[in-house]
Design a protein around this ligand. Structure first.
Ligand code: SF4
Length: 469
């Protein structure tokens, strides 16, 4: 007789977890609280996690006391975000004391780092399950082990997982107007400050057919604003057997008939091509919005960051884009206080934002990440001084954003209506350039596009009146 243990399938794990959880929840549907930290990629991952949980019979709650499973999908981009996660996990100890069968799970970028996994192992013994970004698809198996093996489960991807893309996972989408669609995973760039290539692995692109099929499904389901996601979408397709450029993928998706917008993020300036700009300019559904992180206006700092472009190259690309797409809305990410940055170098950043006139900026104070090259660089500028620079940059950007918004007063903008606020009855939506507009109008317009006459501007938020019902 063979003593081989039969391999369980994903379906069996799903079924078994559903049965065990139903018993633990005494016949009621078990409830999960999934909290997401960080970027849109994490939001998209959480939607897959929720899809898998739903398959296993879970419904969702926002209340810790009601939950049978609490899962934090974490972010590793800044130290502050990690500290917040540790604080919030620590607070769960009391919830678990009151509800001993509660399962506490952590996943995401933080947990892919060995020193974090170790800290969770040693200092947070009440955490049951820790898993990395590469093994999300194995959640049913990991939960099954957590529930049956009687010990804590720690799982991170190995080299083979690093190269895999698992298609066909169920997705529980949080909204029904805007959707996230991942086109690629990982990053090959190794910017010297960034932890992403270490925690999300090398670039892997989904097959264009798989993306097209998911995209068509979203359009057919009525999603109006679809954002294509990747750490560096402009590298899309380079590693496919039959390479496809990101611009070509955009053109393919843009041909799908329907009333919707396509956005994408993030674009790395060194890989953003004129072909991409021309594609946006010639598209039917592609938003005239480009998120193009420049990070610093100083060439020396850009070199130290390993960004692969100069400020002049960045400005030349922006200049081309503005000529081709006059109503283009540009947004960006900036790091203030990179190790060794001087005040004159910081001023180069301020000067660049004044030249480009971004619609909005995501500004970050540099945060050292263990394992990155920048974390070992001398960093002589005190934190208070960096904070002063940070405030200076924000003030400059506020002035630019207010001016740009004021220039839109009197224009008519096509706005995707996202919500009717209960308290005020005001509707809110986004322009093609991703600027928020509050307006009086028809609540039945939620989920549709409407033409809004812009009547006033408050810093970076617009106010208006609906002129199409
Ligand atoms: S391009 Fe640079 S900043 Fe962006 S994810 Fe890759 S390494 Fe990080």
């Amino acid at each position: 007789m063979s003593d081989m243990i039969p391999v369980r399938t994903q379906e069996q794990y799903v079924r078994d977890v559903a049965e065990i959880m139903a018993i633990r929840a005494r016949g009621a549907a078990p409830k999960a609280l999934v909290h997401t930290y960080g970027c849109q990629q994490n939001v998209a991952d959480s939607e897959k996690i929720k899809g898998l949980l739903e398959q296993m019979g879970f419904s969702f709650t926002e209340k810790e006391e009601e939950a049978d499973l609490i899962l934090f999908n974490t972010c590793a981009v800044r130290e502050h975000a990690e500290d917040r996660v540790f604080g919030n996990v620590g607070a769960l100890k009391n919830v678990k004391r009151r509800h001993p069968s509660l399962i506490i799970a952590l996943c995401g970028c933080m947990t892919e780092q060995e020193h974090i996994a170790e800290k969770l192992r040693v200092s947070f013994p009440f955490v049951n399950l820790v898993f990395g970004t590469h093994v999300i698809h194995k959640l049913p198996e990991l939960l099954f082990s957590t529930l049956t093996d009687g010990h804590r489960v720690f799982a991170r991807g190995d080299d083979s997982e690093d190269r895999r893309i698992v298609e066909g996972l169920p997705v529980h989408r949080d909204g029904d107007i805007r959707a996230w669609l991942t086109v690629m995973y990982g990053c090959n760039n190794f910017c010297s400050y960034c932890i992403v290539p270490y925690v999300r692995g090398r670039e892997r692109s989904r097959a264009p057919e798989a993306i097209l099929s998911e995209f068509k499904g979203l359009v057919a389901a009525g999603y109006r604003d679809i954002t294509l996601l990747g750490q560096n979408v402009n590298s899309y397709g380079k590693t496919l057997e039959n390479p496809v450029s990101f611009a070509a993928l955009l053109r393919m998706l843009d041909e799908v008939p329907g009333d919707y917008r396509i956005r994408f993020m993030t674009s790395h300036p060194k890989d953003a091509t004129r072909e991409l700009i021309d594609t946006i300019a010639g598209g039917t559904h592609i938003s005239h919005h480009l998120h193009l992180p420049f990070q610093s206006g100083s060439d020396r700092v850009l070199r130290e960051m390993n960004r692969g472009y100069t400020s002049a190259q960045y400005l030349a690309l922006v200049d081309y884009a503005k000529r081709k797409i006059p109503d283009l809305s540009l947004t960006s990410d900036v790091i203030v206080g990179f190790p060794g940055e001087t005040y004159p170098e910081f001023q180069d950043t301020v000067s660049l934002i004044r030249q480009v006139e971004f619609t909005s900026l995501f500004t970050f104070l540099y945060s050292p990440r263990v394992g990155t090259r920048a974390a070992k660089m001398p960093d002589p500028v005190p934190a208070e001084e960096k904070s002063k620079w940070f405030r200076e940059l924000c003030a400059a950007q506020e002035e630019i954003a207010a001016r740009r918004c004021a220039a839109m007063v009197g224009t008519v903008q096509r706005v995707l209506v996202e919500e009717c606020r209960e308290k005020t009855g005001l509707l809110t939506g986004r322009t093609d350039g991703n600027v928020i507009v509050d307006f009086h109008g028809n609540p039945d317009s939620v989920g549709a596009f409407a033409d809004i006459k812009i009547t006033s501007a408050r810093n970076w938020i617009l106010a208006g009146e609906q002129i199409t019902k």
